[in-house]
Write a protein that binds this ligand. Sequence first.
Ligand code: UDP
Ligand code: MG
Length: 327
Amino acid sequence: MDRLAIVVPCYNEEEVLPITVPELNKVLKDLAAKEKISQDSFVMYVDDGSSDRTWEFIVSCHEEYEQVFGLKLAGNVGHQFALTAGLLTAKDLADVIISIDADLQDDITVIEDMIDKFHEGKDIVYGVRNDRKKDSFFKRTTAQGFYKVMAMMGVRTVYNHADFRLMSKRAVEQFSKYTETNLFLRGMMPLIGYETDCVYYERGERAAGESKYPIKKMIALAWNGITSFSVKPISFITWLGMMIILLSIAAAVYAFGSYLSGHVVAGWTSLILSIWFIGGVQLFAIGLIGQYIGKIYIEVKHRPRYNIETVLADEYYGMDNAKAGKR
Ligand code: UDP
Ligand code: MG
């Protein structure tokens, strides 16, 4: 039977984990009882450098429940890296891996459907929100606008899918070969190319605590998604430059024509405006190209994407659960 690993990135989640841990333990127990996954399946909580008592809580749960594993990162590296750390660590211990946020906004009852699709032979199963009524108006419109802009930029993503997904071991194995530093997981997974499917659910509210994705982080994620996957912005400015050249030629023809017919176009306003305009366009263009050069700079350094401080998983210690006196 297949061993399931659920990977949960946690950043300052001490409020929600006391709710999440028993819920996910129950999911594992139910699925194991139905013989859909093996008894030794586990949940790996990844502590993304939390400053509260998240890690202490994970440690105490690991001591109490045999299905709770932990991974502590040295410092806060952000959701995408924390998730990658979890996936790459869990893949060595499990046959199938599901990633989910700590706040239970994603419906854990569809985990069973995901496993069923996995048994039907799918390698990646995306969790798709078909209803965001419970998200705030702001979150909903910005998030949906984001998926539309991504599509416009030619980035293949699954509409309304975040990072709630199932991946087979071989899919994660394949993903581990994508060693880029500018990570945008939901854009990368469709590149893997194995057979995929979707399960649909209604997105709920955060079970407790506050969003760890303020508007600044959301914009950074969106911008990173676009610039990591698409060079359309650069071709856009090339076109813009060409348009402006054509426009200036037209203006020159007009001015010269007026001059020939005896009407000199007077004044400096139009002159200074055009200088400001073209100056602005140039700065914008250079800035945009700079963004891509910045990415190349980050990418060539090829620094480690995360550093692991501690792994709490029985395999790592060769410890026997029964002997350790766990439930
Ligand atoms: N998260 C993380 N590192 C960060 C920020 C967030 O690991 O720097 C985790 C967080 O603990 C949660 C998930 O990413 O499990 C999604 O965050 P959140 O629910 O706050 O985002 P939202 O649902 O509001 O977009
Ligand atoms: Mg959330």
